[in-house]
Design a binder for this molecule. Structure first.
Ligand code: MN
Length: 322
C-alpha cells in the first residue's frame, strides 16, 4: 500500500489506537453438504489457505434436523492430517477403519489422526437432538509425522482456562501454560471462548504465531473492530494481546499456531506434498488398499472424484507464499 495523494498533509492521529483495526475478514463460502444442508467453509480461502497448521475450517449449522436424518457422511478416506470435531449443539457418531466408535458432543473434542491413511463415517444417530451445530477443522501434519499410524481419541477432560469476563476450553494444542490431552504435532492452539455479557477480555497471544478468530454467535469485537458472527477474522502474526469485548455475550473460537512453512497439496480428503502423491492416495482408496478395515454400519464408501485435468500444485499458507 502506498499513499497516492499528491499533496499529503501531516495528520494528527492522537494518542488513541484506531477504533477499527483493519483485519482480514473471511466470510466463507457455501459448500454443498448433502441434499439438505450446506456448510460455510472459511479455510482454505483463495488468499488465506492456513492459520498455523489449521488448513480447513467448516461451520455447520445451527441446523434443525429433528425431522430429518441429520448428518450422513459415508465412509471416506483421509491422509496427512488430523480432523478435529468441536460441537456446540447436537451429536455426531464417528466410526472409523481402526475400530473406533465415539459420539462427539458439546464440550468434548474428537480428534482423528489420519497419518498414512484412515477412513471414517460421520453420522447422526437415528434418534438425535433437534439441532446440530459445530465446527469441523483439519490440521496438516508436518512432514516428519505425516505417515504416522492412524489414531482416534475422544477427549472430554479438557483444560478450562479462566479469563477476565470469559471462560475458555482448550480443545487442541497449548494456551496459557496448559495443553490439551489430544495429540498434536506442531505448535498450535484451538480455544473455545465464551464471553460473558459486558465482557472486556484481554486475550494473551504469542507474537511468533499467527491467529484467526471465529465469532460463532453473539456480539464480539477485537480491539474495537466488530467480529461478524459466522465469519473468520485473520489477525496475522506479531500480536502479544487482543482485547475481546462483548455487550450481550458471544462465543468465539481462537485458532492459531506457528506459521506452517511447508507447501502442501490439499485435494478432496487428502493432504500430500505433490500431484503424484495425491494420485497414489486416490488410487489406493479406489482399490480399497491401505485404509484399514471397512467402516461398519455406515453405508457404501464414497468414491473419490476424478482427478482434475491440470496437475495439482503445492501451495503455501497465504498469498505471499503462493
Ligand atoms: Mn472426514
Amino acid at each position: 500500500m502506498t499513499n497516492l495523494e499528491r499533496d499529503p498533509q501531516e495528520t494528527d492521529c492522537g494518542g488513541q489506537p484506531a477504533p477499527t483495526a483493519a483485519f482480514d475478514v473471511i466470510a466463507g463460502r457455501k459448500v454443498y453438504f448433502g441434499p439438505r444442508s450446506t456448510v460455510i467453509r472459511w479455510l482454505p480461502d483463495r488468499a488465506r489457505r492456513m492459520v498455523g497448521a489449521w488448513c480447513f475450517a467448516d461451520h455447520f449449522g445451527p441446523d434443525e434436523i429433528g425431522d430429518g436424518p441429520g448428518m450422513q457422511v459415508a465412509p471416506h478416506p483421509h491422509t496427512g492430517l488430523q480432523t478435529v470435531s468441536w460441537l456446540f449443539e447436537g451429536e455426531v457418531l464417528h466410526r472409523d477403519s481402526i475400530g473406533s466408535a465415539a459420539i462427539a458432543r458439546p464440550g468434548a473434542v474428537n480428534v482423528m489422526t489420519a497419518g498414512r491413511g484412515i477412513a471414517h463415517s460421520e453420522l447422526s444417530a437415528p434418534e438425535h437432538s433437534p439441532v446440530l451445530h459445530g465446527l469441523q477443522l483439519w490440521v496438516a501434519l508436518p512432514h516428519e509425522h505425516r505417515f504416522i499410524d492412524p489414531a482416534f481419541t475422544s477427549e472430554r477432560d479438557l483444560p478450562r482456562i479462566s479469563l477476565p469476563d470469559a471462560e475458555a476450553t482448550l480443545f487442541l494444542g497449548e494456551y496459557a501454560g496448559q495443553a490439551s490431552p489430544a495429540p498434536y504435532y506442531s505448535p498450535l492452539v484451538g480455544l473455545s471462548v465464551v464471553l460473558n455479557e459486558s465482557a472486556r477480555t484481554p486475550l494473551p497471544l504469542r507474537p511468533e504465531w499467527e491467529y484467526a478468530l471465529i465469532c460463532v454467535d453473539g456480539d464480539a469485537r477485537l480491539d474495537g473492530a466488530d467480529l461478524e458472527p459466522g465469519t473468520l477474522t485473520y489477525l496475522g502474526e506479531g500480536r502479544t494481546t487482543g482485547a475481546l469485548t462483548s455487550v450481550g455475550g458471544a462465543r468465539v473460537v481462537v485458532l492459531g499456531g506457528e506459521p506452517f512453512d511447508e507447501r502442501i497439496v490439499m485435494w478432496w480428503n487428502f493432504i500430500g506434498r505433490d500431484h503424484d502423491e495425491i494420485v497414489a492416495f486416490r488410487e489406493a482408496w479406489e482399490a480399497d488398499r491401505g485404509f484399514g478395515d471397512a467402516v461398519p454400519d455406515s453405508g457404501d464408501r464414497l468414491p473419490a472424484p476424478p482427478m482434475p485435468a491440470l496437475r495439482l500444485k503445492p501451495r503455501g499458507r497465504g498469498p505471499e507464499t503462493q
